[in-house]
Design a protein around this ligand. Structure first.
Ligand code: AFP
Length: 333
């Protein structure tokens, strides 16, 4: 296969479009609009450490301008670029209670529905830990002005999904259902360049990621038993595994996707359906991880087959290296 390493994300997206002769380029344009919005968000994220100089959020900076919260800013940029791009008929954001309309012309003519978490892991901004933007794309299922039916589709109907991690470098990772590719933003030219072609997650990993401080609150004894298993000494099976948890799903999953591992956000006493949102976090990540050869379920049912009934629905999640997820599931039976 041709080595495309180094080509830009925009070029790559157009190249991939040629695999679908009937494609009109709308999805390619939409993916590029999201990449552009993420570059603008990235620029502000990079300035987050300068709050003492530029002003704390909610206050006025030295120029007398209002300093906005980064997650609100990221939300506005996603909406702005998606509206301007014209490929999106309706969107929904983790930051907004209701779904978001676009102007009537595009609402009727545009083909795609975009759901996103504009700045996931935002409680990590203060301490410079990695955060990210997650997106999920569907084709609409109604005609005319879009309805909630367009937004509440099961994850297995996604046509593309991805995330941008704002970390030690900024990387955009996406799938359109034919493998997973990662592009690192080269700040000197302002372009994402293919750096992680055809990502495959290892079938077995050595990392488990879960908020273990909550272990007494987990509602399933099986989760406690599995974590105990991860910590047992068994040199034949290369245990104990390593525990790694940032508290930013994009960062935790990105690491596990590359190195192999399992990420779990289980049901807890406080959050009986887990904390993470089906539409904005779990579905797009499940699509990506499955495309990379991994698995994602709620312990019993594949995440991508869960039927959404409301915009901000939550679901427990077990996601990552195939054999680790299967083993974790076996403890729940
Ligand atoms: P924030 O956006 O409020 O930081 O939440 C991040 C998140 O939704 C997800 O990215 C993390 O994996 C998860 O919450 C961490 O939750 P806990 O702090 O309960 O472990």
């Amino acid at each position: 296969m041709q080595d495309l390493r180094g080509i830009t994300y925009d070029e790559f997206v157009i190249l991939k479009q040629k695999d679908f002769p009937e494609a009109e380029g709308d999805l390619s344009k939409l993916l590029r609009d999201i990449g552009l919005a993420a570059k603008v968000i990235n620029r502000e994220v990079n300035k987050a450490g300068l709050v003492d100089i530029l002003g704390m959020t909610g206050t006025r900076n030295v120029q007398g301008e209002e300093v906005q919260k980064l997650d609100e800013y990221a939300n506005e940029q996603m909406i702005k670029y998606l509206r301007a791009g014209g490929q999106c008929c309706v969107m929904a954001s983790e930051e907004e209670e209701d779904f978001i309309h676009v102007d009537d012309e595009h609402a009727v003519d545009a083909k795609y529905v975009v759901l996103f978490d504009p700045l996931d892991g935002s409680s990590n901004i203060d301490v410079n830990a990695s955060i990210g933007t997650i997106f999920s794309i569907y084709e609409r299922v109604t005609t005319g002005i879009p309805t909630i039916e367009d937004v509440l589709q099961p994850g297995n109907q996604q046509v593309a999904a991805g995330y941008v991690i704002y970390g030690s470098s900024t990387i955009l990772v996406y799938t359109s259902g034919n493998g997973v590719n990662g592009f690192t933003l080269d700040p000197t030219i302002g372009e994402y360049c293919l750096s992680h072609p055809n990502i495959k997650t290892p079938e077995n990993g050595k990392i488990y990621s879960i908020n273990e401080g909550e272990s007494n609150n987990w509602t399933q004894q099986g989760v406690r038993d599995y974590i105990h298993y991860c910590k047992e000494i068994n040199s034949d099976e290369k245990r104990p595994y390593s525990s790694r948890y940032i508290g930013s799903m994009v960062a935790d999953l990105h690491r596990n996707l590359i190195k192999g591992g399992i990420f779990i956000y289980p049901a807890t006493q406080k959050a009986p359906n887990g904390k993470l949102r089906l539409l904005y976090e779990c579905n797009p990540m499940a699509f990506l991880v499955e495309q990379a050869g991994g698995l994602a379920n709620n312990g019993f049912v594949r995440i991508l087959e869960a039927k959404p009934t409301e915009l901000h629905q939550r679901i427990p999640i077990f996601i990552g290296s195939k054999n680790m997820v299967l083993t974790a599931n076996s403890f729940l039976k």
